[in-house]
Design a protein around this ligand. Structure first.
Ligand SMILES: Nc1nc2c(ncn2[C@@H]2O[C@H](COP(=O)(O)OP(=O)(O)OP(=O)(O)O)[C@@H](O)[C@H]2O)c(=O)[nH]1
Ligand SMILES: [Mg+2]
Length: 195
């Protein structure tokens, strides 16, 4: 995909802030600090559009980016940040399930895990929700540049098993590994969207 324009549109704090123009959207979900914002920036080929945060887990909002005037990327709040305020940690599930349950233009959820680590309990929980709400999703294991090829291969297999999926795409915002495959997956899902 050639990215001709990418702009931050808004932070949506409640359902009434969700865009109503019917454009399809792709959501980026994963643990706090896993690399969601970095993946968005590296897919778009820009630096600093999606903020890579040094104060994780503070706000719960969906951050909307409009790409090529055609579709949205949605940066979701990360989960599992131990030092987030308790009420934020506890309401995360409600915030995300509400979105997954209701959001019709959501054509693809990109579930991001850390390629170095075994999927966490919260990763399994998210996987469960994506299954329950029957949302198209793809699992992407990021920070692959931090592993040897051999460890990467082993960890991808472990993630596939733990999350019961056929495919886990290795990704690196640092080297660009996986970028083409993720874009292909995004394009396929956007093309299928009819409204
Ligand atoms: N080496 C390497 N570092 C990465 C990669 N992706 C992200 N990082 C680093 O990981 C840290 C967290 O990245 P973010 O993109 O802010 O993660 P996030 O998931 O958006 O974090 P929250 O918004 O706080 O939940 C930053 O220091 C990034 O530079 C990657 O592919 N390779
Ligand atoms: Mg972020």
């Amino acid at each position: 995909m050639k990215v001709t324009s990418a702009e931050f549109v808004k932070s949506a704090f409640t359902e009434k802030d969700w865009p109503r123009d019917g454009r399809p959207e792709v959501a980026f979900l994963g643990r706090s600090n896993v690399g969601k914002s970095s993946m968005i920036n590296s897919l778009l080929g820009v630096k600093g559009l999606a903020r890579t945060s040094s104060t994780p887990g503070r706000t719960q909002s969906l951050n909307y980016f409009l790409i090529n005037q055609k579709f949205y990327f949605v940066d979701l709040p990360g989960y599992g940040y131990a030092r987030a305020p308790r009420e934020v940690r506890e309401s995360w599930g409600e915030f995300v399930t509400d979105y997954l349950a209701k959001r019709e233009p959501l054509v693809l959820s990109i579930h991001i895990v850390d390629s170095r680590h075994e999927p966490t309990k919260l990763d399994l929980q998210l996987r469960e929700w994506l299954t329950v709400y029957a949302k198209p999703r793809v699992v992407v294991a990021t920070k692959s540049d931090k592993l040897s090829n051999n460890d990467l291969r082993k960890n991808l297999e472990r993630a596939r098993r733990a999350l019961s999926v056929d495919r886990v795409i290795a990704y690196s915002a640092a080297t660009g590994q996986g970028r083409e495959e993720v874009w292909r997956t995004i394009e396929e899902n956007i093309t299928d969207f009819r409204f």
